[in-house]
Write a protein that binds this ligand. Structure first.
Ligand SMILES: *[C@@H]1O[C@H](CO)[C@@H](O)[C@H](O)[C@H]1NC(C)=O
Ligand SMILES: *[C@@H]1O[C@H](CO)[C@@H](O)[C@H](O)[C@H]1NC(C)=O
Ligand SMILES: *[C@@H]1O[C@H](CO)[C@@H](O)[C@H](O)[C@H]1NC(C)=O
Ligand SMILES: *[C@H]1O[C@@H](CO)[C@H](O)[C@@H](O)[C@@H]1NC(C)=O
Length: 572
């Protein structure tokens, strides 16, 4: 007898096979997208990472701080746990951690967004209040236009109701010669010294990724600049561009319109081909509206990443209440569509991260917003714990499935570091090849998170140090290979290199946020970050364990480790 679930699986397989390719991720599951979530399976739901009460979410949209309230919108399917029926879900918070879910803010209601209200951004107009620019999908062939929505009542701090003025919309359409089906995701606007507002819209010309620039004097009538602000060959569609200034001094964030000598700019794009995000740091020449990445900042998929794991379609905003810039990023599931339908939900947002320019000027750093620390409960510590080759020690006394942990490891010598083979360009391949099981010289050492007691399952987050011709190469991995006994999962060996000089200090630090089906890690003060989605079968709830380990010949010392049980954030 065929159960309902089996029927669903057959439907999914058929619809996957028959889907001969809209955009890589805008996959359509006609049979599933309106299968409503009857119940929500809590086993792997997060305790403090944002997710709505049920159903599918993807990109964070229009984050902002307004009248004392943080607003987060997100691509949301109100009818089911796979992508489809896309509206702007809306949640509000006073602290970026505890959230209240409101009614969707934008949903298809007009000819210019009949087939979807896709991603976009908020801009707060001085003296007037917020406006939203978003992508409307006008037809089944995914022709996209840019639209404007304004609050029905800008005095309402919750901004519950939004209107889309007919006489203005759409505000931007693809010009002749542009491809309207790859034309989306308007940025927050910034105001130039010449009194004109500017926005970017992501696009593609043949295989060249493009960030189109538009200008407006009144925010209503927008004209495309002759040249895009930037483009790069062989990078494919640029989704969700983000463009903002960072300060050369200190960690403070800047308003998007800030210019001057003490400022660099960041351009981030989400590459639809790889489904990862990349950024460059560079110079913005405003009178020519040109952005030139620094020589040390590469365009495309050899470039820098916010996160070397599961993190996409991110968007930043300036928070004037604490003078910081914060980025939100979406982390999709690593399980199957069938699992998602069964569990009634899919997609989370990463912990909001403060972002600033590293003192080297060559990369960004990120750190969980300080408000997260308020969820820290019971604390345990470990000091000067020696880890010989092959040893592991349990961090006991906290809820290991819902925890925050900060640790500093030290070692006295780098002599035993393995030689680095220059052909290991790809950190992920190297992590997959060596993992935690191939013994090394200095490392692998780090954490075993979401581990079952006898290590049938675990998600290791660790470092491994190599000696290259003129310096050391530090690999950071978050390896999902052994994370679950369930075979039907995507289990990548996510990894990145960390740019750090070990010369004097011989120390490496790590912070990991562990949250049932997420391990979100920040290496060396947020220089290299990796978010993994994992679904243990044994290491769940109170059966999850946490260890520190060393599988290299060089002895490692846990200088200091602090770990906290994390309370559950309020979400209703
Ligand atoms: C607008 O919102 C404010 C603040 O919530 C409220 O006092 C006012 O009555 C609202 N105006 C309308 C027309 O609803
Ligand atoms: C426009 O882009 C879509 C999506 O990449 C592609 O399938 C289509 O062929 C493009 N159309 C033209 C005219 O280049
Ligand atoms: C450490 O290496 C040994 C030998 O390869 C292996 O059996 C063991 O599983 C490794 N430890 C971890 C935590 O992977
Ligand atoms: C998240 O899911 C995995 C497994 O299905 C895909 O391989 C990724 O491409 C996907 N990521 C995004 C950003 O869509």
């Amino acid at each position: 007898m065929m159960t309902l679930t089996n029927c669903l699986i057959v439907f999914i397989l058929v619809s996957v096979i028959c889907n001969n390719g809209v955009e890589a991720f805008h996959r359509i599951y006609p049979d599933l997208q309106s299968v409503s979530a009857h119940s929500v399976n809590k086993l792997h739901r997060t305790g403090f990472h944002f997710q709505p009460n049920r159903n599918w979410i993807n990109d964070p949209n229009g984050p902002m701080y307004y009248k004392g309230i943080y607003h987060l919108f997100y691509q949301y399917n109100p009818k089911g746990a796979v992508w489809g029926n896309i509206v702007w879900g809306h949640s509000v918070s006073k602290d970026l951690i505890n959230w209240k879910e409101l009614q969707p803010a934008l949903y298809p209601s007009k000819p210019f967004d009949r087939y979807g209200c896709w991603s976009g951004s908020a801009t707060i107009l001085p003296g007037k209040g917020p406006v939203i620019l978003y992508t409307g999908v006008v037809d089944k062939r995914s022709n996209e236009v840019q639209c404007i929505a304004v609050p029905a009542n800008a005095s309402d701090p919750l901004l519950t109701k939004w209107v889309k003025p007919d006489r203005l919309n759409p505000i931007v359409t693809a010009d002749h010669g542009m491809n309207g089906s790859v034309f989306r995701d308007p940025t927050t606007a910034w105001l130039g010294k010449d009194g004109q507002w500017r926005i970017l819209v992501g696009g593609k010309r043949e295989d060249t990724g493009v960030a189109y620039l538009y200008r407006s004097r009144n925010f209503l009538k927008w004209i495309r600049a002759k040249h895009p602000i930037h483009s790069a060959k062989r990078t494919g569609m640029w989704e969700c561009p983000d463009f903002y200034p960072v300060s050369l001094e200190g960690k403070n964030g800047l308003d998007s319109s800030m210019m001057g000598n003490s400022v660099k700019h960041v351009l981030k794009n989400s590459l639809d081909i790889t489904r990862y995000e990349y950024y460059t740091i560079g110079t913005y020449i405003q009178n020519q509206d040109k952005y030139i990445p620094d020589k040390t900042s590469e365009d495309g998929w050899g470039g820098l990443r916010y996160d070397y794991g599961n993190f996409y379609a991110s968007k930043s905003f300036f928070d004037p209440s604490k003078n910081r810039r914060i980025i939100w990023g979406w982390a999709n599931e690593s399980d199957t569509k069938e699992d998602d339908v069964k569990k009634g939900w899919a997609g989370i947002q990463a912990i909001p991260r403060t972002v600033w320019l590293d003192s080297s000027g060559r990369q960004l750093r990120q750190w969980p917003v300080e408000e997260l620390n308020r969820l820290r409960g019971k604390e345990v510590e470990m000091n000067k714990q020696k880890l010989k080759k092959g040893s592991y020690v349990e961090v006991k006394g906290i809820t290991a499935a819902q925890a925050d942990l900060e640790v500093t490891f030290s070692f006295s010598s780098l002599d035993k570091a393995e030689a680095f083979d220059p052909k290991w360009e790809n950190a992920e391949d190297l992590c997959a090849e060596k993992g935690t099981k191939v013994r090394g010289g200095v490392g692998p050492f780090g954490l075993l998170t979401l581990a079952s007691k006898k290590l049938e399952e675990y998600t290791p987050v660790f470092f491994r140090i190599f000696k290259a011709s003129n310096k050391h190469k530090i690999l950071m991995c978050s390896d999902a290979k052994s994370s679950s006994l369930n075979r039907e999962l995507y289990k990548p060996s996510f990894a990145g290199f960390v740019n750090v000089d070990l010369g004097n200090t011989k120390k490496l630090s790590l912070r990991s946020l562990i949250d049932h089906s997420v391990v979100e890690s920040f290496g060396v003060g947020g220089k290299t970050n990796i978010l993994s989605r994992v679904y243990p079968t044994l290491a769940v709830k109170e059966k999850a364990h946490l260890f520190v380990f060393n599988n290299g010949t060089e002895q490692i010392t846990v200088e200091n480790l602090k770990a906290w049980s994390m309370k559950t954030a309020r979400r209703n």
